[in-house]
Design a binder for this molecule. Structure first.
Ligand code: NOJ
Length: 543
């Protein structure tokens, strides 16, 4: 649990363990089948015991929930399904008393089609100033019957266009669903409004803000075609909507707001080019950004080592700490991903019916937990990761994710990692708290993962996470140094002097000899009868 001295530390985010709360699926306080703030408040002691420093909440604002709350109708209101603004304020304060900070999620690229601005824009008609807050355009073709450009949807696998035509003839841009119209970031009112939203939440005591789709806000004002064969990832040539130069000016002014509050940012920046990525982390821009290359990295020693080295090298020149992320509410759960033939992550290859060895995946996920919690920087833990929850095959008629719905049923979408958490094995709906079936169905074996079962089992994933978070400071705060190790074995320390901890992860088939040590601090699985480290196992050693 955070101590008062630690609580005053304005650098807490450089090495924090941050727990991601997907409110809809965390705990149901009022029994209606949907997780809520009352549920989170009741479970704060659990989070304090886990030892996390901060909570990142996926959007809890008023929303028609066409994309799990990433379609925001009003940033200054909490959705009634989750609670009230007063409850959010209480939650922020109660968490803080337990030494836990709060990070909210802001979605600047788009709003809900039910947002007051978009409704006003629809009502005001073509050519109106209200429409200038969005990207409205006439269509192409003789009757304007064709979309204004060729941009593809940001939902991989989505069949629909990113433009929707209104009865009055205008088309509007939405990189995601039609219910998420993109804002026009060249308009000063859009910038003013978001700085005001930041202040609104910082004034309520939040310590940080996660920025959704952070590299997509700015658009080429001419909205030109992307053209054939152009990659979507951004890059050095100006791209019409990815990673544009204007973004850096936007985030510099956001940083000035955050600095007034000692607030911090974490950007959702999916960019393959490490140098382009690092530009968002310059000292007067974002504090941190999610490390998606680590998240997508296959379970392979050489790839992981390269990913870690690249991450550290790209962050060093800008002085920003790395983040280590194994999964989140958008991607395949870790134990499932690591139990498949392809252990990397890519939306484009995610498919129904992929064979999975969960025992293998779980063994690797345990080792990966020790690996990521030993690395220098901040670590994100997605709710249920500490329980080893697998990805769930949701019955097709129950899937709500627009990524599935808009793919014509071909992309599995993301609901499989959003299943309501199991808290108590013997209770209805595994203790999620609902009196009726939760918004997503839980599979039959869900009680076996329940918190109350794992709490009494020293070999559980929950125990491993608690112990790892408790022991993590033993690594100190030095830079990473690789230690000699045989092929397929990762071994490193962060000790500046002789005294410190070593993390060893064996990804090779043969068991690995452990380096000389004075104590075994923690192991992700049993050593073999000769005290060697078996495949897919990690240890923390005191040396
Ligand atoms: C990224 C979020 O994590 C995802 O859940 C959402 O669908 C898109 N951005 C659009 O807001």
């Amino acid at each position: 649990m955070g101590q008062p001295t630690h609580a005053r530390n304005t650098d807490w985010w450089r090495s924090a363990v941050i727990y991601q709360v997907y409110v809809r699926s965390f705990a149901d306080g009022d029994g209606d089948g949907v997780g809520d703030l009352a549920g989170v408040r009741a479970r704060l002691p659990y989070l304090a015991e886990l030892g996390v420093d901060a909570l990142w909440f996926n959007p809890w604002y008023l929303s028609p929930m066409k994309d799990g709350g990433y379609d925001v109708a009003d940033y200054r209101a909490v959705d009634p399904a989750f609670g009230t603004l007063a409850e959010a304020e209480k939650l922020i304060a109660e968490a803080r008393e337990l030494g836990i900070r709060t990070i909210v999620d802001v979605v600047p690229n788009h709003v809900s089609d039910q947002h007051a601005w978009f409704r006003a824009a629809l009502a005001a008609g073509p050519g109106s100033p209200e429409r200038e807050l969005f990207h409205f355009r006439p269509g192409r073709g003789a009757q304007g019957q064709l979309p204004p450009n060729d941009w593809p949807s940001q939902f991989v696998g989505s069949t629909g266009p990113v433009w929707t035509r209104l009865p009055d003839g205008d088309w509007y841009l939405h990189l995601f669903t039609p219910e998420q119209p993109d804002l026009n970031w060249a308009h000063p009112a859009v910038r003013r409004e978001h700085e005001d939203i930041l202040r609104f939440w910082f004034d309520r005591g939040v310590a940080g803000v996660r920025i959704d789709s952070a590299a997509l806000l700015a658009k080429d004002p001419d909205l030109p075609d992307l053209g054939e064969g152009r990659d979507l990832a951004g890059g050095r040539d100006p791209h019409p909507f990815v990673d544009r130069e204007e973004l850096h000016g936007i985030y510099r002014s956001w940083r000035a707001v955050a600095d007034e509050y000692d607030g911090v940012f974490v950007g959702e920046v999916w960019l393959p080019d490490p140098e382009r990525f690092a530009r968002y982390l310059r000292p007067d821009e974002l504090h941190t950004a999610f490390n998606f290359s680590f998240l997508a990295c296959p379970w392979d020693a050489a790839s992981l080592r390269t990913s870690i080295d690249t991450t550290l090298a790209e962050h060093a020149p800008v002085g920003a700490p790395a983040t280590w992320v194994l999964c989140n509410h958008d991607v395949t759960r870790t134990v499932t991903r690591y139990g498949r033939e392809d252990t990397g992550f890519d939306f484009a290859t995610k498919a129904f019916g992929t064979p999975t060895d969960l025992a293998l995946g779980t063994r690797r996920a345990r080792a990966a937990a020790l690996l990521s919690l030993a690395l220098p920087g901040a670590v994100y833990v997605y709710q249920g990761e500490e329980l080893g929850l697998p990805e769930v095959d949701i019955p097709l008629d129950r899937i709500q994710d627009p990524m599935y719905l808009r793919s014509g049923g071909t992309a599995p979408g993301r609901d499989g990692c959003r299943v309501p958490l199991p808290w108590a094995a013997g209770e209805p709906y595994a203790g999620f708290g609902s009196h009726e079936e939760p918004w997503l169905p839980q599979p039959a074996d869900w009680p076996s993962y329940a918190v109350d079962r794992q709490q009494t089992d020293p070999d559980s994933m929950l125990h491993l996470y608690r112990e790892a978070i408790r022991l993590r400071p033993r690594f100190g705060d030095g830079p990473l140094t690789w230690l000699p190790a045989s092929e397929g074995v990762l071994s490193f320390t962060r000790a500046n002097g002789a005294d410190g901890a070593v993390c060893v992860v064996n990804l090779a088939t043969a068991p690995a000899e452990l380096p000389a040590h004075t104590r075994l601090l923690l192991a992700s699985g049993p050593l073999d009868h000769r005290g060697r480290l078996p495949q897919d196992t990690a240890v923390w050693l005191r040396v």
